[in-house]
Design a protein around this ligand. Structure first.
Ligand code: SAM
Length: 190
């Protein structure tokens, strides 16, 4: 048996919900690997919104999806996920945040605790009953550690009557391995 790392585990947790999702959000496009995963498993009738603050990231993501012949309708948004409610008002089934900087890009442009928490809070409100949010955080650098702690503290304070929240991390690896947080909204909640 092989235990998955945080990113692979995020995909495993998302998969059953993606299959029946109508509305899907990739909150951090980056180079598009998560978007490709989501779009590859999404029903054709679903709609996807993909956010990033860097045009380069959206272009990389669009190219990757085009090269795989993805047909799912995707709206690319050059804006912060903290403004998710400016673009989406319907219930969201799946959201993924993959925090940090664009691999191969400017390491100075990375997710920040304040906008991450704003985006996360808005996504919690917009989340459909039965929906899921995953967040992969990178505590390897001090800025990422601070962000991961803020995310954890925010998630710990979600009301357990409405949300189920869990954390997944390898605990015998050196140098602060990535940590996965997953939140689901209970069925019957609005
Ligand atoms: N999902 C990506 C992939 O599969 O390649 C990896 C994402 S990368 C680790 C993080 C991305 O978050 C970067 O491209 C960065 O530009 C973006 N980002 C930073 N702040 C953001 C914000 N406030 N809203 C949306 N994206 C942001």
């Amino acid at each position: 048996m092989k235990l998955s790392g945080s990113l692979a585990m995020s995909h495993q947790l998302l998969l059953p919900v993606i299959h029946k999702a109508r509305v899907i959000v990739d909150a951090t496009a980056g180079n598009g690997k998560d978007t490709l995963f989501l779009a590859s498993h999404a029903p054709l009738r679903s709609k996807m919104w993909v956010f990033d603050v860097q045009l380069k990231a959206l272009n990389n993501t669009r190219s990757l999806l085009d090269s795989h012949g993805i047909k799912t309708p995707i709206t690319y948004i050059l804006d912060s996920h903290s403004h998710v409610d400016w673009y989406i008002s319907q219930p969201i089934d799946v959201v993924t945040f993959n925090l940090g900087y664009l691999p191969g890009g400017d390491h100075g442009i990375c997710t920040q605790s304040s906008s991450t928490l704003t985006g996360l809070e808005k996504c919690c409100h917009l989340l459909a009953p039965g929906g899921v949010i995953t967040i992969v955080a990178y505590p390897g650098l001090p800025v990422g550690r601070e962000e991961a702690l803020s995310v954890e503290s925010f998630l710990q304070s979600r009301d357990q009557r409405y949300y189920t929240v869990a954390r997944w991390q390898m605990i015998n690896q050196k140098n602060y391995p990535p940590v996965l947080y997953a939140l689901t909204k209970k069925e019957g909640c609005s």
